[in-house]
Design a protein. Structure first.
Length: 309
C-alpha cells in the first residue's frame, strides 16, 4: 500500500471511529454539558483509542466537557511506569497516576493456574471509584468495545446461566457514579488498526495477559471466526441486544406468563415464534441525512453531525 493510500484509509478509519463513538454517546446520552469524564487508561489499545477519539470529539462538540486520564499502576513486575506519564504529557491532557500494589494481593490470594480477572477487577473497581470521587468526576469512561460486549453476553449464557450482557451505560456498583462505554459500537478490528496507525505505546498486561485458556479468550476466538466466515453477524448480534422481545423469552420477572389470558383479539406479541421472518441487514452506522448534518441531535449531548467535520 502506498503512503498516499495508507493515509486515505487511516482518514476513513478515523471518521468511522468518531462517527461510531459519537453515535453511541448520542444514543445513550453519555456525555452532557459540564461533565468531567474520567477516562480509565490501562496502556492497552482499547483505552488508548478511547482517549484519542474522545479528545477529537471534545474539540468539535457543541457542549463543554472535561477529560482527565487515569491510570492505575498495579505494581506488576517490569511495568514501564514512565511510558504513560510521558505520553500524556505530550498530549497536554490532565492525568492522574494512582499507584496501588494490587498485583501482590492477587498473586497471594489466587492459586497458580486459576483465573485472576475476577479479584483483580474488583480491586481495580474500588480504587477507581475512590479516585473518581477525589477528582470530582461525573462520568467514568471505560474502553470496552463491541466485541467485549458480545463476549460478555456469551460468557453469561454459556457459563453463568444468564441472558446478561455489558451495557453501554450503567450506574456504578456503589450507586455513586455513571459508567459509560463510548466504544460500544466499535469493532475490535478497527481499534487494532487505529492503534497501529497512531503508534500507541502499548503496555502489555503481565498479570493476566498470559492466561491463554481464559473462557473470555475462547469466546473471543469464536466470535472472530464467525466474523470472518459470516460478515455482518456480529453487527446483527449487537442489534439484537438493542431489540429485546420479553414475551418471546422465558423470564417470568420480565413478562407475566402466569397471568396472561386470551382476549379473542389479535395481539402484537402473539405466537409468531415459528413464523419465518425475513432477516434484516444490520443498521447503518449513521443514515445519509445525519451524515450530511441534516439531523440535529439534542444540544445536551454530542450530535452525530459534529463528528463528521
Amino acid at each position: 500500500m502506498t503512503p498516499e493510500k495508507l493515509a486515505f484509509e487511516n482518514k476513513k478509519l478515523e471518521k468511522r471511529l468518531c462517527r461510531e463513538v459519537g453515535r453511541a454517546i448520542v444514543d445513550y446520552n453519555m456525555i452532557e454539558e459540564g461533565d468531567r469524564v474520567m477516562v480509565c487508561l490501562s496502556g492497552g489499545k482499547d483505552s488508548y483509542g478511547l482517549l484519542d477519539i474522545l479528545m477529537k470529539l471534545q474539540k468539535r462538540a457543541p457542549v463543554n466537557f472535561e477529560l482527565i486520564a487515569v491510570n492505575l499502576d498495579q505494581k506488576q513486575p517490569g511495568f514501564p511506569a514512565h511510558i504513560l506519564p510521558e505520553y500524556l504529557s505530550q498530549l497536554g491532557i490532565k492525568y492522574h497516576i494512582e499507584t496501588q500494589d494490587t498485583y501482590s494481593i492477587v498473586k497471594e490470594k489466587i492459586e497458580p493456574g486459576k483465573t485472576m480477572c475476577s479479584l483483580c477487577s474488583r480491586l481495580r473497581r474500588g480504587i477507581l471509584y475512590r479516585v473518581a470521587r477525589e477528582l470530582g468526576a461525573t462520568k467514568i469512561a471505560l474502553g470496552h468495545h463491541r466485541d467485549d460486549m458480545l463476549q460478555t453476553l456469551f460468557l453469561n449464557m454459556f457459563f453463568g446461566g444468564k441472558l446478561k450482557g455489558m451495557p453501554a451505560k450503567l450506574v456504578s456498583d456503589n450507586g455513586e457514579f455513571m459508567v459509560i462505554r463510548p466504544l460500544a459500537y466499535v469493532p475490535e478490528k478497527d481499534l487494532i488498526r487505529w492503534a497501529e496507525a497512531r503508534q500507541f505505546p502499548i503496555i502489555p498486561c503481565t498479570l493476566c495477559g498470559s492466561q491463554e485458556n481464559l473462557q473470555r479468550k475462547q469466546v473471543g476466538n469464536l466470535l472472530r471466526d464467525w466474523d470472518k466466515q459470516f460478515p455482518g453477524r456480529l453487527e446483527n448480534m449487537l442489534h439484537a441486544l438493542q431489540h429485546v422481545v420479553p414475551s418471546h423469552l422465558m423470564d417470568r420477572a420480565l413478562y407475566p406468563f402466569q397471568t396472561i389470558k386470551t382476549t379473542g383479539a389479535p395481539v402484537e406479541d402473539g405466537d409468531l415464534a415459528f413464523d419465518e421472518e425475513p432477516l434484516q441487514a444490520p443498521p447503518r452506522a449513521v443514515d445519509e441525512d445525519a451524515a450530511e448534518g441534516n439531523i440535529a441531535a439534542p444540544r445536551t449531548v454530542i450530535p452525530i453531525a459534529a463528528v463528521e467535520s
